[in-house]
Ligand binder design. Structure first.
Ligand SMILES: [Zn+2]
Length: 103
């Protein structure tokens, strides 16, 4: 479980929406990547970091590659290098919004 996440986050306007900017370094290429998410998504992200739920269900709007970076600390480019062009999560297409609020 990755714990070195949300150290240096801040908020930023993206498409007229306030987004939280998360910086995460890829564990393989050591590039610093930036992921934007809403406050709501960030709350779910924190929950996931605490071991709750599946990241693809909690952050369905986040790009697959970004999710993988958040989850495993491996950026999209490194995934492609290791596993080919298809990300490992195949279960998001055709899936309806299944918002589960576990509070
Ligand atoms: Zn990388």
């Amino acid at each position: 479980m990755q714990k070195e996440i949300m150290n240096n986050d801040n908020t930023q306007e993206v498409n007229n929406e306030r987004k939280i900017e998360i910086h995460k370094q890829c564990v393989f290429c050591h590039q610093m990547k930036t992921v934007y998410m809403t406050e709501d998504e960030y709350e779910k992200y924190e929950l996931h970091a605490a071991g709750v739920g599946l990241i693809q269900e909690m952050l369905p709007e986040i790009d697959k590659c970004d999710r993988e970076l958040l989850k495993s600390g491996i950026c999209g480019d490194c995934w492609k290098n290791m596993f080919g062009p298809a990300p490992l999560e195949q279960d998001e297409d055709g899936e309806d919004n299944n918002e589960e609020d576990n509070e």
